[in-house]
Design a protein around this ligand. Structure first.
Ligand code: HEM
Length: 299
């Protein structure tokens, strides 16, 4: 895709994302007499379909309370404690992968890739931290401290959404399942063995990175959609319960993968962080970890 088409796409996406709230409020509070056009029809048919799937809405009240009271907080707590501990053990027992930085280097992440990545990463990190502070608000003494983080959550989501869409468009073609991905899974990407004496026949991104990409971008969109209603209370109470269950459950998966991503990029492969700052990776790492991609760029 040429740079110009790509930039036009980005601008179009940004305009759409930012114009939507205005269009929405205009439609809701503005011209009531033309409101009957297809939004209402769509909402009606959506409700009809939902009814078919969900039957008795009241069940969700109970499910919601049980999950909320007994499981979510505990599960989040264990994720935040256990996953870093497992990684600490991995770091001590197996250790990070080190590759020579002497050979030829290749530009892997261009300026646009790095800019989009770091803006998305910053917004996302604020979303994760502020989400956890809200969830464990009681233990942070509640009050203005927790309220401050609640106020941060929405603007961070507002930044995250358009940049996650750009990230999606920017990397989707490299993130589709490809030959070599199954081998990577079978060998667990080489992360369970010491040293780096192996060849992983994968392209620019391995299946672990691909899973993170899909979860962060598509899952991120579901988080934004459900989060919008949880923030605005702009729907009925049963829908709010379902949205809260989805938001909390998906949030858990995303948090797990986010911790994996942090460990991989900050500790598991020496020099990985530098590659997302400078854009370059060295020959030795590409040859071992992304062999198919290496053979392509080496030609
Ligand atoms: C602040 C925390 C973060 C740090 C330190 C970080 C660091 C990195 C690094 C070093 C890479 C290059 C990995 C490599 O190929 O060697 C990378 C890639 C990537 N990052 Fe992040 N990242 C962060 C947050 C995020 C967030 C929040 C998202 C998505 C919402 C994200 C999405 C990606 C994707 C899709 C890639 C390419 C595939 C991959 O390497 O996983 N990152 N990140």
């Amino acid at each position: 895709m040429s740079k110009r088409i790509f930039l036009s796409l980005i601008i179009l996406v940004l305009i759409t994302v930012y114009a939507y709230p205005f269009f929405y409020s205009y439609e809701k509070y503005g011209l009531k007499n033309i409101e009957t056009y297809n939004t209402v029809l769509l909402t009606d048919s959506y409700k009809q379909i939902s009814k078919e799937f969900t039957k008795d809405w009241k069940n969700y009240g109970k499910t919601f309370l049980v999950l909320q009271k007994n499981y979510f907080k505990k599960l989040y707590f264990w994720i935040v404690v256990i996953i870093p501990l497992v990684f600490l053990l991995h770091y001590i027992i197996i250790g990070p992968k080190r590759f020579s930085h002497d050979g030829e280097k290749f530009l892997i992440f261009n300026v646009l890739n790095r800019l989009v990545h770091w803006i998305t990463a910053a917004a996302f990190t604020i979303l994760v931290i502020s989400g956890l502070v809200m969830l464990f608000g009681k233990y942070f003494g509640g009050g203005s401290f927790v309220r401050f983080f609640r106020y941060l959550h929405a603007p961070a989501a507002f930044v995250f959404t358009p940049f996650a869409i750009i990230m999606f468009l920017m990397w989707i073609k490299d993130m589709i399942i490809a030959p070599g991905d199954v081998t990577w899974f079978i060998k667990f990407g080489g992360y369970l063995s010491k040293g780096s004496d192996f060849i992983m026949p994968v392209g620019k991104f391995n299946p672990g990175q691909k899973s993170w990409f899909w979860l962060a971008t598509m899952g991120g969109m579901v988080m934004m959609y459900t989060g919008y209603y949880l923030y605005s209370f702009d729907t009925d109470v049963n829908s709010l319960r379902i949205y809260a269950i989805i938001h909390n459950f998906l949030g858990m998966l995303i948090l797990m993968m986010f911790l994996v991503h942090l460990y991989m990029s900050l500790f598991a492969i020496k020099g990985s962080l530098k590659s997302m700052i400078t854009g370059y990776k060295h020959e030795d790492e590409l040859k071992h970890m992304h062999n198919r991609y290496y053979l392509k760029v080496k030609k």
